[in-house]
Design a protein around this ligand. Structure first.
Ligand code: UDP
Length: 241
């Protein structure tokens, strides 16, 4: 059956979702729009949509090869992916291998501290509340996820962290932290959804500590597009060999 793109069903800050002629599949379109600090800073990063669609696809395909279930079916154009339709679990799951960003601020600690064991955090995905950090009992009591679902999410997140550390470690990049989201498919399986890209990860060059992620936009460091291009170039070099 030929895929037909039908109406837009959702527009987020960086992506749009369209229904298709298959009720179990959606098309995700990656925009160039960039936001930071809960939508206070707004802008565009040239070609970001193309770069993040490609980067996310490479990373999701690598994770799938290594046993992680995701919503991704395939890339269908430079900016579009065909994905399984899932109901997003309203949690942002954050993993930290090196201290940076909001948690460094929370504990008034310097960015850059290498952690012996990763920190796992969950945030309630709700823009009006500025995505507050919550704990498991909040998530369960607010019926965002069950205990069993949280166990699955943490287990998969931990595997994803190990796989991503290996992937980025092989291309001279330190995986400082990242945010992922999960969805539930039509059979109730929990699968990795959304994106994994320099928008959702902190990536520091192993040799120079140079930032290769959205902090270049958040902190006005310049050369944002160039950093995303470099991440893609290194990922392409590793998946091709
Ligand atoms: N992150 C994200 N979306 C969010 C919040 C965080 O992708 O809405 C990512 C962010 O890019 C970083 C990690 O999650 O890689 C941890 O972010 P942090 O809590 O330090 O918040 P920030 O400093 O970005 O406000």
């Amino acid at each position: 059956m030929k895929i037909e793109k039908l109406e837009q069903i959702y527009e987020g800050k960086a992506k749009k979702i369209y229904s298709t002629n298959n009720e179990n599949e959606v098309i995700i379109y990656y925009k160039d729009d960039a936001t930071a600090f809960n939508n206070i800073k707004k802008g565009q990063i040239l070609n970001k949509g193309i770069l993040n669609a490609r980067i996310t696809t490479i990373i999701f395909e690598y994770l799938m090869k290594n046993g992680i279930k995701t919503h991704l079916i395939k890339n269908i154009s430079q900016r579009e992916q065909l994905c399984e339709r899932v109901t997003i679990i309203p949690l942002e799951v954050i993993v930290r291998n090196i201290l940076a960003g909001s948690t460094a601020k929370l504990f008034t600690m310097e960015e850059g501290l290498k952690l012996d064991t990763p920190i796992f955090e969950i945030c309630y995905k709700k823009d009006e509340l500025k995505d507050p950090m919550i704990n498991d009992s909040h998530a369960i009591a607010l019926k965002l996820a069950t205990r069993e679902e949280l166990d699955t999410i943490y287990r998969e997140t931990s595997k994803i962290n190990e796989l991503l550390k290996n992937l980025f470690g092989g291309i001279g990049i330190n995986l400082v932290d990242f945010k992922i989201e999960f969805g539930k498919d039509k059979d109730g399986n929990i699968v990795l959804a959304d994106e994994i890209s320099p928008d959702s990860c902190r990536l520091w060059d192993e040799k120079t500590d140079e930032k290769m992620d959205k902090d270049r936009f958040r902190r006005d460091l310049g050369n944002v597009e160039e950093a995303y291009i470099e991440v893609l170039k290194r990922l392409e070099s590793t998946v091709l060999v």
